[in-house]
Design a protein around this ligand. Structure first.
Ligand code: LMR
Length: 398
């Protein structure tokens, strides 16, 4: 093979929308594609807590030397407390630890390599549908990928089918679960659903890999951690990927962590040695700046309070936009048809719009969303809800 033999692959289904949106000259365009939060002015703001933390770093940081395979240990401790709870017995017993990664995506890739190298033969079960990059990350690591039903063609959560499928999963396989704010659907499991999933996972001896990318965007910082903390406290072994892209607005700084919960401190040390080895081959040392910002915020009561208020403001704005969009669809007789938008959580809504309708929305109305019908509600301009509702109504009429 030579360069001449290499063809092209299609652009990323999500990131590609950013370019298409930017090139669109229609002043009434809507960006509901990639999962970034936008404020009332259509901007993805730098949080005040982040600005203040960055200023402190500029003034006080002493070095830019390498940070080590697991990253900033202070960040690791504080992000573990955020995810598992400051009073988590796992942290007290040194049964859990975090490895800093370039974003949640980096944590997923590290977990994929860890499973492939250290737990050979285990397949992974992904929800159908799931974030498309889950599919490619685990395939790239060579894992066998299977799917459990999650949301069907009726655009409803199907927990019974999910449980029945997991019941048949080979013992020891890995099951990827979305802690909250399911991407792409926005449909989350209830507490009683989670308890049933825990029961199957325990009986089938499955290894849960919990993707926790939206802490604070569903029902709140603590409420969103409920399922993750339940699994971590009930099971001997759990993997958790955490992202600071959305809740700290640090998207391009690439801040995330892979948390491992092991049966005891000794085993955790063994596993962490493997993770450092794998990370060395992937990115050597993780980028520092974003994680240093997060550690500065979480390690300071005043900054942490400010940050928690800012997360809550983003969360409640998204919830209002959900309600506002359904209200705007009411005059078109579509309130009931799209009532699920209000029930879903987090940034995304699986609208139920078909690929053809999504295409029409883009071509005729400059409304950009992912082909699956996923809309980033956090990107909706609240002052133009009527215009968006009108566009949706027009493509639904056809
Ligand atoms: C999304 O799903 O839009 C976000 O998670 C951003 C990404 O990297 O795809």
């Amino acid at each position: 093979m030579h360069f001449a033999d290499i063809g092209r692959v299609p652009g990323d289904p999500i990131l590609g929308l950013m370019d298409a949106y930017q090139q669109d000259t229609n002043p009434d365009k809507f960006d509901l594609g990639v999962g970034v939060y936008k404020d009332a002015n259509g901007l993805t703001p730098i949080l005040q807590s982040v600005k203040q933390a960055e200023q402190r770093l500029v003034d006080q940081q002493q070095t830019k030397t390498y940070i080590g395979g697991h990253g900033d240990s202070r960040f690791g401790q504080l992000i573990s407390e955020l995810v598992l709870g400051a009073d988590s017995p796992l942290l007290g017993a040194r049964r859990a630890g975090a490895t800093q990664t370039p974003g949640g995506t980096g944590a997923l890739r590290l977990s994929a390599d860890f499973i492939a190298q250290c737990l050979p033969g285990r397949g992974i079960w992904l929800s159908d549908p799931t974030w498309p990059i889950h599919e490619t990350i685990f395939a790239a690591a060579g894992l066998k990928i299977s799917h459990y039903p999650y949301v069907g063609s009726d655009n409803r959560l199907n927990v019974a089918a999910m449980l029945a499928t997991l019941e048949q999963a080979p013992k020891g396989d890995v099951v990827l679960l979305h802690a909250c704010c399911h991407n792409p659907t926005g449909f989350d499991l209830s507490k009683s659903d989670w308890l049933q999933v825990l029961d199957v996972v325990r009986r089938r001896e499955l290894l849960p890999l919990i993707d926790f990318a939206y802490q604070g965007f569903g029902d709140g910082l603590q409420a969103d951690a409920w399922s993750t903390r339940l699994f971590a406290s009930e099971l001997p072994e759990v993997l958790i990927t955490s992202s600071c892209s959305k809740n700290f607005g640090l998207y391009r700084e690439r801040v995330g962590a892979l948390l491992v919960c092991a049966q005891d401190a000794e085993k955790l040390t063994d596993i962490r040695s493997q993770l450092a080895y794998l990370a060395r081959n992937l990115w050597s040392n993780p980028p520092d700046h974003g994680a240093a910002v997060v550690a500065t915020i979480l390690g300071d009561e005043q900054l942490k309070t400010l940050w928690a208020e800012e997360v809550e403001a983003m969360r409640s704005r998204i919830a209002q936009l959900r309600g506002g969009l359904v209200e705007a669809l009411t005059p078109f007789g579509l309130a009931e048809h799209f009532a699920h938008i209000n029930e879903q959580r987090g940034m995304f809504s699986y609208t139920g719009l078909t690929a053809d309708q999504v295409k029409l929305l883009r071509e005729k109305h400059s409304v950009y969303m992912v082909g699956s019908g996923r809309a980033n509600i956090a990107g909706v301009d609240g002052t133009r809800l009527n215009l968006l509702a009108k566009a949706i109504a027009q493509v639904c009429e056809r």
